[in-house]
Write a protein that binds this ligand. Structure first.
Ligand code: S3P
Length: 440
């Protein structure tokens, strides 16, 4: 990848979204499928894998540790698992790119290995907090050095004997929960994690799919160390976090009628549908079914008049990645939308509260940052130029905002859209967005 290349989106105002589309595979599940497939005994076949840069970093890391895999090719990946204790020492530091999920979950896995390793990331990832995983892993007996302020790179010592802990998460974080549970596979005794609010449970579900017992009781998930993973087939559904841009786009653009196919509808991920419906969105959940232990459905969304709301606290962790898109819905709604209790947004790929508030101001929307959220007054959107700050979700949110803007929206620094949604511009064009991509 040429890191000097910059990409801008130039999106003409107006239009509507119609037809049937399938967005790429779920990022969270794709990471986990590659990880568990690599650590399993036997051959795992994955279909629907997200071939985004984040997941490719995870796959490259396992290849660097001796795992053999064929693909990915159109979402198909076959992994010859090395077994929980079959990874080989990598010859160089492992690049986690832009991905917090990759770095935090890999830290849990690598803490249990017999060799030293090092994880590093790009400019954005290098600023993100890692103490949230290095601390509980240290309580389990791991030795992990971080850079100043608990930032990457992470230097992880091998050959430590880990022991189970009962860990209470200080913040709702599926990444931290998963990191500790994955280290728990290598620990003596039981490891439990108790969360302050439900977060995505793909790790727990997928561990079970790979034949590993996970005991879930209320807010606590528990694993016993010393077991093994059995290879299996994983069908990754379309990513609801990528579908979110189209759910918002079709809601705000008059005349839209769009169906999103085979979308993952795990109850810990559906906050975006719940919140949009509270705002008055017209979303039908069709053909609900279960695929490989995960609920899936087709979502038909038609344009609707949205109203501002106070976003319920319990929906915040369930929609944590969808707030940039939801802020665009709020900007197009009648009245005020208030978000609180979402300080985690400040430590994502960018400070998403600041990035969105600045972008909304640029297109003439009244948005006030608060320490843990934002207040957005719905109104007219002008055209304008916004800075995505290298954050994929900021870029895609302002791209779909053009559907309701009065002039062209130019979003700068959009290259990282490839981390989660390769082919976004082409798929959005197919659905009706007048988006141009300029490489500078
Ligand atoms: C993820 C968990 C969330 C989410 C991220 C993916 C995961 O992060 O924002 O995009 O796959 O576990 P936190 O656990 O830090 O909230």
């Amino acid at each position: 990848m040429n890191t000097n290349t910059k990409v801008d989106f130039i999106v003409q105002a107006g239009g509507k979204l119609t037809g049937n589309i399938r967005v790429p595979g779920d990022k969270s599940m794709s990471h986990r499928a590659v990880m568990l497939g690599s650590l399993a005994q036997g051959t795992t076949h994955i279909t629907g894998l997200l071939e985004g840069e984040d997941v490719l970093c995870t796959l490259a890391a396992f290849r660097a540790m001796g795992v053999r895999a064929q693909g990915p090719d159109r979402g198909n990946l076959t992994i010859e698992g090395a077994g929980l204790h079959g990874l080989k020492p990598p010859s160089r530091p492992l690049d986690m790119g832009n991905s917090g999920t990759a770095m935090r979950l890999m830290a849990g896995i690598l803490a249990g290995q017999a060799f030293d390793s090092e994880l590093f990331g790009d400019e954005s990832l290098s600023k993100r907090p890692m103490k949230r995983v290095s601390e509980p892993l240290a309580q389990m007996g791991a030795v992990i050095d971080t850079a100043d302020g608990g930032r990457p790179p992470l230097r992880i010592k091998g050959n430590r004997s880990l022991h189970g802990i009962d860990y209470r998460l200080p913040m709702p974080s599926a990444q931290v929960k998963s990191s500790v549970l994955l280290a728990g596979l290598y620990a003596q005794g039981a490891t439990s994690v108790t969360e302050p609010a439900p977060t995505r449970d793909h790790t727990e579900r997928m561990l079970r799919g790979f034949g590993y017992d996970v005991d879930v009781s209320g807010a606590t998930a528990r694993v016993q160390g010393g077991g093994g993973l059995r290879a299996c087939n994983v069908d990754v559904p379309a990513d609801i976090s990528s579908a979110a841009f189209f759910l918002v786009g079709a809601s705000i653009a008059p005349g839209s009628d769009l169906t999103l196919e085979h979308v993952g509808m795990n109850p810990t991920r559906v906050g975006v549908v719940n919140i949009l419906r509270l705002m008055g969105a017209n979303i039908d959940v069709l053909n609900a079914r279960e695929v490989g232990g995960e609920p899936v459905a087709d979502l038909r969304v038609r344009a609707a008049t949205l109203r501002g709301i106070r976003i319920p606290q319990d929906q915040v962790p369930l929609a944590i990645d969808e707030f940039p898109a939801l802020f665009i819905a709020a900007a197009c709604a009648d009245g005020e939308t208030v978000l609180t209790g979402a300080e985690e947004l400040r430590v994502k790929e960018s400070d998403r509260i600041a990035a969105m508030a600045q972008g909304l101001h640029r297109v003439g929307v009244d948005a006030k940052e608060t320490p843990d959220g934002i207040v957005i007054k719905g109104g007219k959107l002008r055209g304008g130029e916004i800075d995505s700050r290298g954050d994929h979700r900021i870029a895609m949110s302002f791209a779909i905002a053009a559907l309701r803007a009065e002039g062209t929206i130019t979003a700068r620094d959009c290259k990282n859209v490839d981390t989660s949604f390769p082919g976004f511009a082409a798929l959005a064009t197919k659905a009706g967005l007048a988006i141009g991509v300029k490489t500078v």
